[in-house]
Design a protein around this ligand. Structure first.
Ligand SMILES: *[C@@H]1O[C@H](CO)[C@@H](O)[C@H](O)[C@H]1NC(C)=O
Ligand SMILES: *[C@@H]1O[C@H](CO)[C@@H](O)[C@H](O)[C@H]1NC(C)=O
Ligand SMILES: *[C@@H]1O[C@H](CO)[C@@H](O)[C@H](O)[C@H]1NC(C)=O
Ligand SMILES: *[C@@H]1O[C@H](CO)[C@@H](O)[C@H](O)[C@H]1NC(C)=O
Ligand SMILES: *[C@@H]1O[C@H](CO)[C@@H](O)[C@H](O)[C@H]1NC(C)=O
Ligand SMILES: *[C@@H]1O[C@H](CO)[C@@H](O)[C@H](O)[C@H]1NC(C)=O
Ligand SMILES: *[C@@H]1O[C@H](CO)[C@@H](O)[C@H](O)[C@H]1NC(C)=O
Ligand SMILES: *[C@@H]1O[C@H](CO)[C@@H](O)[C@H](O)[C@H]1NC(C)=O
Ligand SMILES: *[C@@H]1O[C@H](CO)[C@@H](O)[C@H](O)[C@H]1NC(C)=O
Length: 642
């Protein structure tokens, strides 16, 4: 009994561990999947056999005490013996009322398979779950310092025999790079950078361009993921200098090249940009040697390739306020609505980017935080004798000039920044004119590439929040470098990636398993204790094998009653079925074998000890514990002595 119970527990636990092992396990092979499920069911079955076996043993033990204490009809006795296969005993009032314990045990035997075999495998299902993890991965990042160390003479290999691409092209003073005092100097943005910048600008999208499988690359597989990374790159910091016609103080202080008078409604421009004041000149020298490389003729000029200043973007624009002009306003002669004028100034800064990428199939989202560190070239133009900004003279201070001869690494990094800013400036350069609605017709004349970008609205007028838009457009242009892994500036860095994916797999719900097993274990344990108590009470163990029937029915009364039914045929005679029998000590003791043999063992003393058998209630007496009824012990003694 105890062993059966223990094994039941073991099988239940094995089932639990098997399911726990399968939990969230991905299994593509249908065949294997099927086999795992079968193993679980087999364990459930074994556990049923064990728990059921335990209860059956107790049941068998218990029925004999019932037979002893009650006279039951042969029909009921039949049903009780067959209770494990035949549920008709639950419909018999006699068994229900006279042997409730037996019926309860039988009921438990019938219910155990339900809990174990039928319901417990339900704890393992197949479904999708969100597989989440947070790991360190190599993600793409931007590192402009790689450009600092790059010499175009030594290509950096990339996959498939191609080479990494630089952001800019160089001219040089010596193609071999051997002459004393040679240096390379910036020429123009590279073709790859132009392509990236044009793609972004023309895409008109509100986000940076990324490459096709950027999500898989960054997430390390087909995941959804988010991560944050930081790097240093170029950025434009914009500031609103003037709003409205009379806001001139800052314009004068900073030496703006134009004022609001050129903007509508006073002027004609709805957009006006001055982006190349003090820009790096191309060509840098008056005359070059024939052939490639931009080698200047004779001694290179002292300021060849020197970044003296980084152009400040001066941008003026007007925005339709959508408010009607009052009738008496002088502007109402030509305009219907009020236009607000703004002038902004953007400085090219070295910027610390903190980008939060959020790749959620099939989209992605990037949140960029910019922290401006220092100007790319920290010089300012000075005022001339007339008090106006002199953009033709050299800016100051001269020690902040970035020369290709001194700090080559700083120069090349600055050149990389400048190349991107140069590309950006190309889109902003120019102006957009607006014909007033009165007398009409009203239309815009475009002399700028800005209308090819997302910086303007549908009607070619700049967006109202142009300040923020310019900053974010430029940072998206920088981030779009990620779309071209062949770029030198694109490298990798470790980042903590939170990634998730929907996995179809086994799903194990332990509660469901234990909801099945807990009652079974509890009830079986109670029954086990009850069985142990019954054994102690009975003083011996009982069983229900054929041999036990054989020895407990050797009563001549039974022979008399059952005359004519010796074949065991079905149906059994009805009057016999309704005879009540009880198990006990036969009172008249007419059996010679069991009656007078006590003298043989010598040490006896139980005079008249009877033989136990089924009989009608009137002829059997109670069995008393401790008395050695005809049993094995005496038999053994007899064979020895006899
Ligand atoms: C490199 O070559 C392989 C196969 O030859 C190709 O699948 C892969 O796309 C190529 N990679 C690049 C970056 O061209
Ligand atoms: C701008 O200044 C002029 C002259 O000082 C004045 O007539 C006009 O009302 C001012 N405009 C605004 C918008 O303040
Ligand atoms: C704007 O600039 C023009 C010359 O470019 C000048 O005549 C005019 O006075 C300036 N307007 C203001 C408000 O400073
Ligand atoms: C570089 O050299 C080419 C001639 O090879 C010349 O056309 C070009 O202007 C030079 N670039 C600069 C920035 O001087
Ligand atoms: C300004 O906006 C209003 C309202 O949207 C519109 O009716 C009007 O035509 C616009 N003015 C111009 C000059 O586009
Ligand atoms: C403004 O409107 C008047 C007539 O309403 C017209 O004569 C004048 O040319 C217009 N001004 C401009 C700049 O179109
Ligand atoms: C250039 O001008 C800006 C704005 O006035 C100022 O903040 C900055 O310090 C100046 N830089 C130098 C090197 O003087
Ligand atoms: C500018 O304004 C538009 C509409 O109000 C908004 O959708 C967009 O996000 C803004 N751009 C920036 C960079 O804040
Ligand atoms: C990513 O998230 C989206 C939206 O929640 C979902 O539709 C998609 O299946 C997820 N992809 C993966 C690989 O988990």
């Amino acid at each position: 009994m105890g062993f059966a119970f223990f094994m039941g527990l073991v099988f239940a636990l094995l089932q639990h561990f098997l399911y726990a092992f399968l939990h969230h396990r991905r299994e593509e092979d249908e065949d294997k999947k099927f086999r795992w499920v079968l193993y679980g069911r087999a364990l459930a079955y074994l556990s049923k056999v064990a728990f059921g076996g335990c209860v059956v043993l107790v049941f068998r033990q218990r029925i004999w005490s019932t037979f002893r204490s009650r006279a039951l009809t042969v029909l009921s006795i039949d049903q009780i013996f067959g209770a494990t296969e035949d549920p008709s005993l639950f419909a018999n009032w006699e068994t229900l009322s006279n042997a409730p314990v037996i019926v309860t045990l039988a009921l438990v035997i019938w219910l155990i398979p339900m809990a174990t075999i039928i319901f417990s495998p339900g704890a393992l299902t197949f479904g999708t779950f969100l597989d989440q993890e947070s790991i360190r991965l190599n993600v793409p990042t931007l590192d402009f310092s790689v450009e600092s160390r790059k010499d175009w003479r030594n290509p950096v290999p990339f996959t498939n025999g191609s080479t990494k691409r630089s952001l800019m092209y160089y001219n040089t003073t010596d193609i071999q790079g051997t002459q004393p005092g040679w240096f390379d100097y910036y020429d123009q943005p590279s073709a790859e950078l132009r392509r990236i910048a044009l793609l972004l600008a023309y895409s008109n999208m509100n986000h940076p361009n990324i490459k096709q499988n950027a999500r898989q690359d960054a997430c390390g597989g087909s995941y959804n993921c988010t991560y944050e990374q930081s790097f240093v790159g170029p950025g434009y910091q914009c500031e609103k200098i003037a709003s409205g016609a009379n806001d001139t103080a800052k314009l004068e202080e900073l030496g703006a090249p134009f004022n609001t008078s050129i903007l509508v409604p006073q002027g004609r421009n709805v957009y006006y940009a001055e982006v190349s004041l003090g820009a790096y000149a191309r060509p840098q020298a008056a005359d070059f040697r024939r052939g490639p490389g931009g080698i200047p003729n004779g001694e290179p000029p002292k300021d060849l390739g020197v970044f003296k200043s980084e152009p400040v973007l001066w941008i003026g624009y007007s925005v339709n306020s959508t408010e009607w002009l009052p009738q008496d306003d002088p502007l109402a002669a030509n305009w219907t609505h009020r236009y607000d004028q703004h002038i902004i100034r953007c400085v090219h800064m070295e910027t610390k980017y903190t980008v939060k990428w959020n790749f959620v199939e099939p989209f992605f989202h990037s949140m960029t935080k910019r922290e401006y560190l220092k100007p790319v070239v920290d010089t300012n133009f000075t005022r001339g004798a007339d008090g106006m900004m002199d953009y033709n003279a050299d800016p100051e201070p001269a020690e902040n000039f970035i020369s290709p001869r001194d700090d080559v690494e700083l120069y090349k990094k600055t050149a990389a920044y400048h190349a991107i800013g140069d590309m950006f400036g190309d889109f902003l350069r120019g102006h957009v004119d607006l014909e007033p609605p009165k007398p009409g017709p009203h239309y815009a004349q475009v002399y700028s590439d800005i209308t090819k970008t997302r910086l303007v609205q549908k009607n070619s007028e700049p967006k109202a929040n142009l300040t923020e838009e310019i900053e974010s457009f430029y940072s998206d242009m920088v981030l779009s470098l990620f779309s071209a892994p062949e770029m030198l500036a694109v490298s990798t860095a470790q980042a903590t990636v939170d990634r998730s994916r929907l996995q179809s797999s086994f799903v194990y719900v332990p509660e469901r398993l234990w909801q099945c097993y807990a009652p079974v274990v509890f009830v079986t344990l109670l029954i086990l204790l009850f069985g142990a108590f019954t054994i102690w009470q009975d003083g011996t163990t009982f069983s229900v094998g054929f041999s036990r029937i054989l020895v407990t029915t050797r009563n001549t009364t039974l022979d008399d009653i059952s005359r004519g039914a010796c074949l065991g045929n079905d149906p059994f005679p009805m009057e016999l079925m309704h005879t009540k029998l009880k198990f006990g000590v036969l009172a008249d003791g007419s059996d010679p074998e069991y009656m007078h043999n006590d003298g043989f063992n010598g040490g006896g003393g139980y005079q008249g000890v009877g033989h136990c058998a089924f009989g009608v209630a009137s002829e059997v007496g109670p069995i008393t514990k401790g008395i050695p009824y005809a049993g094995l012990k005496r038999r053994k003694n007899r064979t020895q002595t006899g």
